[in-house]
Design a protein around this ligand. Structure first.
Ligand SMILES: [Fe+2]
Length: 313
């Protein structure tokens, strides 16, 4: 792995720090200072969550308030991290304690971050630009999203929708009686079998993708797993094992072997996301998943996600 962020000097940061994650140095850990947090709260006090949900332009105003609390140094850093394939991921945390409703604050903060790098897509499962969902000990839903006790396999988001999904933001809102359940992340360039699948005759062949009823998406989409190359000719990926719908034996075996290879990849990193922190990934060069939890009747975890497009597109 190459050294990330050669051109950015820490002395240029105001109101936050940035360093490489100890588990995976590609991942950049940004910590907002208590002072900048207080300034952001003050700057954005007059816009409550309802107003932000009703008026999309306020989401950009809130994002700007966060950048102003960092004297304009946060937005350039976030965008350079996401534009650099060598990194293309960050964890955002804060110091100090926000005043007022903590859940509302977390939605606001995640909104600020997503709108500093782009614009979120409408989340059909939740009916808003973001989604909040709870993982409990038991779940009867029709996909693995909310199920504990099992590993959610490495995947990209946005495989079965028409909208482009350049980034995925995952925030931990609440957590009780949780053991395990770390985020799993793998950079496409760290996947040791990449070439075997990327050079395969099916790498560029359209595959059918669909989703179960809970996703509220009533159409199919068609695209290859390696659906495009970035500006340097490196592959962008869209893969998820649950929602590809192979139409012949050749496709079925190719996709099965891809899933097996990804699940056995040793370069996959376990990342703990603390409550109030968010993990933001460039969705086409990073795969993500979730490790299993230890069963506990009192187990409960609430997550927030936003998925969207970069404004630089
Ligand atoms: Fe996902």
């Amino acid at each position: 792995m190459s050294e990330p962020l050669k051109g950015v000097q820490p002395t240029e940061f105001k109101g936050f720090s940035c360093e490489s994650h100890p588990v995976n140095p590609r991942l950049q850990c940004i910590t907002l200072s208590a002072e900048a947090l207080g300034q952001f709260e003050k700057n954005s006090l007059k816009w409550d969550l309802q107003a932000i949900e009703y008026k999309p332009f306020l989401r950009f105003v809130v994002a700007n308030a966060l950048d102003e609390a960092c004297l304009g140094t946060l937005a350039p850093l976030l965008n350079s991290i996401m534009a650099d394939r060598e990194t293309a991921a960050f964890m955002f945390e804060y110091e100090g304690q926000p005043d007022g409703d903590i859940s509302d604050f977390h939605v606001k903060l995640s909104t600020a971050i997503s709108h500093l790098i782009g614009v979120p897509n409408f989340d059909a499962m939740y009916g808003k630009y973001y989604a909040r969902f709870t993982v409990k000990n038991k779940d009867d839903s029709d996909s693995y999203l909310r199920q504990a006790h099992r590993r959610m396999e490495l995947h990209n988001d946005g495989t079965y929708v028409k909208e482009r999904t350049d980034f995925v933001l995952m925030m931990k809102m609440k957590e009780q009686n949780m053991e395990g359940g770390d985020s799993l992340i793998l950079h496409v360039d760290d996947w040791q079998d990449l070439d075997q699948f990327y050079q395969h005759p099916l790498a560029k062949q359209d595959i059918q993708w669909g989703s179960p009823p809970s996703k509220q998406v009533d159409y199919k989409v068609y695209h290859p797993v390696f659906f495009e190359e970035d500006k340097n000719g490196k592959p962008h990926m869209l893969f998820i094992d649950q929602f590809c719908e192979p139409q012949n034996m050749q496709q079925g075996l190719y996709l099965y072997q891809m899933g097996e290879s990804l699940e056995s990849e040793k370069n996959c990193s376990n990342i703990r996301v603390p409550v109030g922190s968010m993990l933001v990934l460039q969705n086409h060069c990073w795969l993500h998943g979730r490790d299993k939890f230890v069963a506990n009747p009192g187990l409960e975890r609430e997550l927030l996600r936003q998925r969207g497009q970069f404004s630089s597109n």
